[in-house]
Design a protein around this ligand. Structure first.
Ligand code: ZN
Ligand code: ZN
Length: 213
């Protein structure tokens, strides 16, 4: 399966962060009281010095926003179900979008339940650093794949360089299944026992190892 992801480059230096699917890697908070999906957004990590998946902590405001969207989606579903002009495909799409929102709400509710005592800010999900800043990028709708211009400025200056960060969308092949990464409620990665023994679990583990020595 191929999906669109942004790559990032700088218009002043040779910095390049290839299109990556770090945002859709399955991640979960594991606690004795249960588990919940880790919410994440794209951000700049001052420790990794690249774009990475950054924790998106649960909030009452996000819950309220999702509640509003669910009310709208239910109304829309009611409209398409009572309108004979609407195709079956459109009805299915409305059902799916409502189900997706309800899942998101359930995730948010579970996160709020599991992380009530979390007092620290969002962390980099690759290295655990708090030195992170969320970076918003235009959606894939604005994508112009194969664009020779090098991409669009996203309004973020390359830290330590000052050049404009440009983003460009590209299709990336993603594996259908991937191991779920586990975190405690403070956002610290929980390493599987086998990987601890081997000391090798890809990028994240190596970074952690370097930093903790
Ligand atoms: Zn630069
Ligand atoms: Zn990091």
């Amino acid at each position: 399966m191929s999906m669109l992801f942004p790559s990032y480059s700088c218009d002043r230096c040779d910095f390049f962060c290839p299109a990556d699917w770090f945002l859709i890697v399955p991640r979960e908070y594991r606690t004795p009281d249960g588990s919940a999906r880790v919410g994440c957004v794209t951000g700049w990590c001052h420790s990794c010095m690249r774009f990475e998946a950054i924790e998106s902590l649960p909030s009452r405001a996000e819950m309220a926003r999702l509640d509003g969207k669910i009310i709208d989606a239910r109304r829309e579903l009611h409209d398409v179900q009572t309108n004979e002009q609407v195709t079956n495909a459109d009805r299915k799409a409305s059902v799916k979008s409502l189900q997706w929102l309800e899942r998101r709400r359930k995730d948010e509710e579970m996160r709020l339940h599991l992380l009530p005592s979390r007092s620290t800010g969002p962390r980099c999900l690759a290295c655990g650093s708090y030195q992170v800043v969320e970076v918003r990028c235009n959606g894939a709708e604005a994508a112009d794949e194969g664009d020779e211009s090098g991409g669009d400025a996203i309004g973020f200056l390359h830290p330590g360089c000052g050049g404009n960060i440009l983003s460009q969308w590209a299709g990336v092949r993603v594996a259908p299944r991937r191991e779920t990464l586990e975190y405690d409620i403070d956002g610290t990665r929980i390493m599987p026992v086998a990987n601890r023994a081997e000391g090798n679990d890809g990028r994240w583990w190596h970074r952690f190892f370097k930093q903790s020595r």
